[in-house]
Design a protein around this ligand. Structure first.
Ligand code: SIN
Length: 476
C-alpha cells in the first residue's frame, strides 16, 4: 500500500519493532489479507509495561504547557493526514470512506479537547476551621495507563483514552483490536512526529487479546486500565484489575431504545433513526437496537423508514458512494442472521432486506411487529437491522426501554416539552438523545449505567478519569 503511515510493526520506546511470529489483518470487504503484524506475547507485554513505567517518571514532571503543545502538534498532523488515516481505517474495518473521514475528525476532536482541558485540572483551597492550617487539593496523573480499544472505531476510541492520559501526564501501553491495528500504528507514527518523548506511548500488537488483557489488568506497574468492548470482557478485566486495586474505566455493550411518540416530527425521527442505526453498519455500542413506536404513528414511521432504508447504498467502503459496509467478521454476520431468523420465527414481518448479500455484507433490514420475546429485544445485534415494536402509552414505552441490564444510549422523538423532560429523566441510560439520533461529542461525557460500563470519556470528566486528587495539609 502506498501510504507512509501504513506500517507493519509494533511501537515500543519510540521504535517500530518486528517479531519472528506474525498475524494477518484482513479487509472485511474482500476477505484478503492487507498486512502482517508482530504477534507479541505476554512476556513482551511486560517489557512494554516496564518501558511505560520508566518513561512516566519524566513525563509526569513535564509542564502542562509542554504536554498541550505536543497534543496541539499532534492535532495538526492528524488534520494534515486525514485522508491517509481514513484510507487505512476503511481498509481494515470495512467502514465507508465517508464515515472514516468523519471518524478521523471526531477522533481528532478529542486530541484538541484534551490539549485544552489539561490546562483546567484545577485543585481547591479548602477553608479551615481553626484558621491555622492551610488545606489544598491538587490533581496529578494516575500513572502508567493500559488502554484496550475496539475495532469499530479504530481511531476515536484510541484518542478518547490516550489524549486525556497524555494530557494528565500518564504514559500509555495501548493494545488495539487485532482486526484494526493499522490505524492505531499510524497514530503512533504521528505521535512520534509530534514530539512525544520515547516510551510515553507504546503500542503492542498481538492475537493473544486474552493473555495481553490479563497482563495489563494485573500488572502492578499499570495504575489504570481503560477498556472499550463487550460487557463479558469488561467483567473479566474488572475482576482481574481488582487484584491490584487499579482504577478502571469501562465502555461496554448497549441495547439502545429509540422511541417515537405520537406528536413527534416523523420525518426528523426517520432521519435520526438512519443516523442512529446505520453508522458503521449498526456496529456501534450506541446503535439503536429497539425501535418503540406509538400506535398512532406506527404505520407512518414504518413506511417512511422502509423507504429511507431502501435508498441506502451497500458496498465496499472504499467506493465513495458506499453508505453501508460489511460486517467485521463471520461471527458478527451469523449473529445478525440469527437475530433476524429468530424474530421472523416469533412472528416479525420483513419490510425490506432480511438477507445476506455476499461475503460479510448484509442487506439493511426493517422488521415490523417484532415480538418482545425475540432475541433482538434483549441482545445487542451490532448489525444493520431495525426492529420495530408498537406501544400504546408513555409509561409502557419507558418500562420497555428500561427493561434491559444495559444503559448506554437511549433516544426519543417528541415535540411535547413536558414529555421530553419526563422521559429523559426516567430513562436508565448514561446518554439520552432527544430529537436526535446522535449523542457523540468530545465536549460531552460519554458512558453508560448498569452493565454498560463505568466512568465517562470526553468532557471534563474524561480527564478526571486519569487524575488522582491529592490533599495537602500545611500545618501550623
Ligand atoms: C462506540 O460505539 O463505542 C462509540 C460510538 C461513539 O463514540 O460515537
Amino acid at each position: 500500500m502506498q501510504n507512509r503511515l501504513f506500517i507493519e510493526k509494533a511501537f515500543l520506546n519510540g521504535e517500530f519493532i518486528t517479531f519472528e511470529r506474525t498475524f494477518s489483518v484482513v479487509n472485511p470487504a474482500t476477505g484478503q489479507a492487507i498486512g502482517q503484524l508482530p504477534d507479541l506475547t505476554v512476556e513482551n507485554c511486560r517489557e512494554f509495561i516496564d518501558v511505560a513505567h520508566e518513561s512516566w517518571t519524566s513525563w509526569r514532571t513535564t509542564s502542562i504547557a509542554e504536554r498541550a503543545s505536543i497534543l496541539n502538534r499532534l492535532f495538526q498532523l492528524i488534520e494534515q493526514h486525514r485522508e491517509e488515516l481514513a484510507q487505512i481505517m476503511t481498509l481494515e474495518s470495512g467502514k465507508p470512506i465517508q464515515e472514516s473521514r468523519i471518524e478521523v475528525a471526531y477522533a481528532n476532536s478529542f486530541v484538541e479537547w484534551f490539549a485544552e482541558e489539561a490546562k483546567r485540572s484545577y485543585g481547591q483551597t479548602i477553608p479551615t476551621q481553626d484558621g491555622k492550617s492551610r488545606l489544598q487539593t491538587i490533581k496529578q496523573g494516575v500513572g502508567p495507563v493500559a488502554a484496550i480499544t475496539p475495532w469499530n472505531f479504530p481511531l476515536a476510541m484510541l484518542t478518547r483514552k490516550v489524549a486525556p492520559a497524555l494530557a494528565a501526564g500518564c504514559s500509555v501501553v495501548l493494545k488495539p483490536a487485532s482486526q484494526t491495528p493499522f490505524t492505531a500504528i499510524a497514530f503512533a507514527k504521528l505521535s512520534q512526529e509530534a514530539g512525544l518523548p520515547d516510551g510515553v506511548f507504546n503500542l503492542i500488537t498481538s492475537k493473544d487479546s486474552k493473555g495481553i488483557g490479563e497482563e495489563l489488568a494485573t500488572n502492578e506497574k499499570i495504575r489504570k486500565i481503560s477498556f472499550t468492548g463487550s460487557t463479558e470482557v469488561g467483567r473479566t478485566l474488572m475482576q482481574q484489575a481488582s487484584s491490584t486495586i487499579k482504577r478502571i474505566s469501562l465502555e461496554l455493550g448497549g441495547n439502545a431504545p429509540f422511541m417515537v411518540f405520537k406528536d413527534a416530527n416523523i420525518d426528523e425521527a426517520v432521519k435520526g433513526a438512519i443516523a442512529g442505526k446505520f453508522r458503521n453498519a449498526g456496529q456501534t455500542c450506541v446503535a439503536v437496537n429497539r425501535f418503540y413506536i406509538q400506535a398512532q404513528v406506527y404505520d407512518q414511521f414504518k413506511d417512511k423508514l422502509t423507504a429511507a432504508v431502501s435508498q441506502l447504498k451497500v458496498g465496499p467502503g472504499i467506493e465513495e458512494d458506499s453508505q453501508v459496509g460489511p460486517l467485521i467478521n463471520q461471527s458478527g454476520l451469523e449473529k445478525v442472521e440469527r437475530h433476524v431468523q429468530d424474530a421472523v420465527n416469533k412472528g416479525a414481518q420483513i419490510e425490506i432486506g432480511g438477507q445476506r448479500i455476499n461475503g460479510l455484507f448484509y442487506q439493511p433490514t426493517v422488521l415490523s411487529n417484532v415480538s418482545r420475546h425475540a432475541s433482538i429485544s434483549f441482545e445487542e445485534t451490532f448489525g444493520p437491522i431495525c426492529a420495530l415494536f408498537k406501544f400504546e402509552h408513555e409509561e409502557e414505552a419507558i418500562q420497555l426501554a428500561n427493561a434491559t441490564p444495559f444503559g448506554l444510549a437511549a433516544y426519543f422523538y417528541s415535540q411535547d416539552v413536558q414529555q421530553c423532560f419526563r422521559v429523559a429523566e426516567a430513562l436508565e441510560a448514561g446518554m439520552v438523545g432527544i430529537n436526535t439520533g446522535m449523542v457523540s461529542n468530545a465536549a460531552a461525557p460519554f458512558g453508560g449505567v448498569k452493565q454498560s460500563g463505568l466512568g465517562r470519556e470526553g468532557a471534563t470528566q474524561g480527564l478526571d478519569e486519569y487524575l488522582e486528587v491529592k490533599y495537602l495539609n500545611f500545618g501550623g
